[in-house]
Ligand binder design. Structure first.
Ligand SMILES: Cc1cc2nc3c(=O)[nH]c(=O)nc-3n(C[C@H](O)[C@H](O)[C@H](O)COP(=O)(O)OP(=O)(O)OC[C@H]3O[C@@H](n4cnc5c(N)ncnc54)[C@H](O)[C@@H]3O)c2cc1C
Length: 421
């Protein structure tokens, strides 16, 4: 239990880094307030099919943290919320939080009656637009909080109102208004994470012009059991099972026209995705096109295991173009093979672009951001710290380590304030 006199920390972003920072701080005696802009915690990790290197489902790791949150009265979570303002000084910040209407309150039992009766639909952002939900929707199967939400952009509101009629629990209020919440906090942890780079900006790789060219984050959803295809790897163009997949590394990364930096995890993510392909369709072939394979530390062991799969071929070469074959039934990946010193053409059913990670936009973290939107782990003397992919692209293990470090530093500011009182 937290010290009653302790001023809480504000954690902006409820992904794995933000959840970790809040739990570590509160379990060490300093309460935390987590502000998450989406309907649920977990961030991008909740959207992954499996984790490298062990290939376990990310929901396991997240659920352990949700259990810790459920039994912890010292972490307050605001989903559907953003921090509009922060004023004050270390030890004495005042934050203004805006909670947007979710239109579904805590009385929701997830019976699903609202969704069954709802006539309106929306593209499902959780599946990167590859599926649709009703306007009254459950964010995903393992969501925290496990509660429906209503999408204001899709809902017909008073023109319809069927969900209000069928909800036996009085859980829906279509007239809910935004709420402004003022909190006093001692220090701030920015854990606002990352977004995928916009693949449609890379014109030679054809994303957006052909349904069988997808991104790495889309492939994660395709391979996820709760994803749009129930975990089957199918060609979006015709729904048939894939026989061959090309993984194109550095799609826009290490490229001065797009992202001049390396996102550091894309090689591992693609190798993981190739391993999932081999597990699900043992006869399918995987062709990985890379500039350098970056698999640091003990991840090298994982990489070597995947690279030794019988149906996997790795080619050191930059992809110049992706186009339909003359017969139109497959895609052709044209690459500059650096070992052979010649252009090669590989025909496949599906292309997965390993797009990089960019800093999430549109939050108070932008006030401290560098040219790429990332924030230093410690902003000198400010009582403001950053963790996870808010500081730059990283794997989950690094994100959680950074989150624990940020929590400990922030606790230092909170405790110094408590002693001074
Ligand atoms: C294709 C791919 C596969 C990957 N696979 C793996 C893997 O197998 N193993 C592994 O270790 N790593 C993997 N990663 C990396 C992993 O996704 C990141 O390490 C992890 O998401 C970092 O967590 P985070 O909390 O820092 O950020 P995020 O997961 O992005 O969470 C940030 C949270 O902050 C919220 N937020 C953003 N802005 C605001 C705001 N202004 N106000 C309030 N809330 C806000 C977001 O909604 C989100 O919930 C993969 C990455 C990619 C691209």
């Amino acid at each position: 239990m937290g010290d009653d006199a302790a001023v809480p920390l504000l954690v902006v972003g409820g992904g794995i880094a933000g959840i970790t920072a809040a739990l570590e701080a509160s379990e060490a005696g300093t309460p935390a307030i987590v502000v998450e802009r989406s309907t649920h915690l977990g961030g991008r990790v909740a959207q992954l099919a499996r984790y490298f290197p062990k290939l376990c489902p990310p929901t396991c790791g997240l659920e352990i943290n949700y259990q810790r949150l459920r039994s912890n009265p010292d972490v307050t979570v605001y989903t559907d919320s953003t921090v509009l303002g922060l004023a004050g000084s270390p030890g004495h910040y005042r934050a203004t939080i805006e909670r947007r209407p979710r239109y579904v309150n805590e009385r929701c039992t997830t019976c699903g009656a609202c969704s069954s009766t709802c006539p309106a639909e929306r593209p499902n952002a959780f599946d990167y637009g590859m599926s649709r939900t009703k306007a009254a929707y459950l964010p995903h199967q393992a969501a925290f909080p496990m509660r429906y939400a209503i999408d204001a952009e899709a809902c017909l509101f008073d023109e319809c109102g069927r969900c209000v009629e069928v909800c036996q629990y009085g859980a829906i209020d279509l007239h809910e208004q935004p709420v402004s919440i003022e909190v006093e906090v001692a220090a701030v942890v920015l854990a606002t994470g990352w977004d995928p780079y916009d693949a449609s900006a890379i014109s030679n790789l054809g994303f957006g012009s052909d349904p069988d060219i997808v991104t790495n984050v889309m492939f994660e959803r395709m391979a996820a059991d709760d994803g749009p295809t129930g975990g089957r790897i199918l060609r979006p163009s015709n729904g048939s099972e894939v026989g061959s997949v090309a993984f194109v590394q550095c799609a826009g990364s290490r490229d001065r026209l797009h992202l001049p930096y390396c996102s550091s995890i894309c090689c591992l993510a693609s190798l993981k995705e190739a391993a999932l392909l081999a597990e699900k369709i043992p006869t399918a072939s995987a062709s990985v096109f890379y500039i350098d394979l970056r698999t640091p530390g003990t991840y090298e062991l994982f990489a070597n295991r995947v690279l030794s799969l019988p149906n996997l071929q790795a080619t050191k070469g930059k992809v110049a173009e992706i186009r339909r074959t003359a017969s139109k039934d497959k895609l052709e990946v044209v690459a500059d093979d650096m070992v052979l010193g010649q252009m090669t053409t590989t025909a496949v059913d599906l292309v997965v672009l390993a797009t990089g990670m960019v800093a999430a936009k549109g939050g108070i973290q932008e006030g401290w951001a560098d040219a790429f939107g990332f924030v230093e782990a410690e902003i000198d003397g400010s009582g403001v710290f950053a963790a996870g992919c808010a500081t730059g692209p990283s794997d989950v293990a690094t994100a959680t380590l950074g989150a624990t470090a940020a929590a400990m530093r922030a606790i230092g500011v909170a405790r110094a304030e408590a002693v001074a009182r």
